[in-house]
Design a protein around this ligand. Structure first.
Ligand SMILES: CC(C)(COP(=O)(O)OP(=O)(O)OC[C@H]1O[C@@H](n2cnc3c(N)ncnc32)[C@H](O)[C@@H]1OP(=O)(O)O)[C@@H](O)C(=O)NCCC(=O)NCCS
Length: 163
């Protein structure tokens, strides 16, 4: 039975290990640690099955013309993929962000996957961003549209290291 819950400090080492397994290099594991250290991690959720930490998602503060969070990274241990665990992590994070009055979420990823959560390339295409293009998406949390659809959006400084 998979449980989705807020990350605690006791999870930090396991979350780091998860990202080291899930991604080809240490970039995402370092990113998560740096986002926490910088105080830019806003929502951090883990998925557990009994005592095993199988998934993690982080939403971090962005600089944008509205209160925006960036969704990244999200990872699930290889043996537990394709069971909807990432989807549950993302859905719960979106709900939490909405409750906390965040206005929008930005994600850089595969549109085919993220559109199921309501993310749209069209909503992000007028923003100025180093990641502008067909993989940059936005989700409006308070109503159908973002309060503005242009201007500059930047991920937290920790992302600069990731490249
Ligand atoms: C990307 C990642 C987080 C997805 O995790 P996941 O828990 O497998 O995700 P989900 O189960 O929600 O969905 C993944 C796919 O499985 C499908 N799926 C979900 N439940 C399923 C089920 N019960 N049976 C079959 N397929 C299923 C989904 O439809 C989706 O497929 P699609 O995109 O081809 O439509 C995981 O593959 C991962 O950790 N990858 C490495 C890290 C990474 O690249 N992260 C993303 C960038 S930050």
């Amino acid at each position: 039975m998979t449980e989705i819950r807020v990350e605690s400090s006791e999870d930090y080492a396991k979350v780091r290990k998860l990202h080291l397994i899930a991604f080809p290099g240490p970039g995402e594991a370092d990113l998560v640690d740096r986002l926490r250290a910088d105080g830019d991690a806003v929502i951090s959720l883990v998925a557990t099955i009994d005592d095993l930490l199988v998934g993690h998602v982080m939403f971090s503060r962005m600089s944008a013309p509205f209160r925006a969070l960036g969704l990244a990274p999200v990872a699930v241990l290889p043996d537990w993929r394709r069971n909807g665990i990432a989807a549950r992590l993302i859905e719960d994070g979106i709900k939490q962000a909405q409750k906390d009055n965040w206005v929008g979420i930005i994600v850089l990823g595969e549109p085919g996957y993220y559109k199921r959560f309501g993310f749209s390339v069209a909503k992000a295409e007028k923003f100025e961003s180093p990641y502008a293009g067909p993989y940059l998406m936005a989700l409006a949390l308070q109503g159908n549209d973002l309060p503005c659809q242009s201007g500059r959006i930047d991920y937290a400084p920790a992302f600069l290291v990731l490249g």
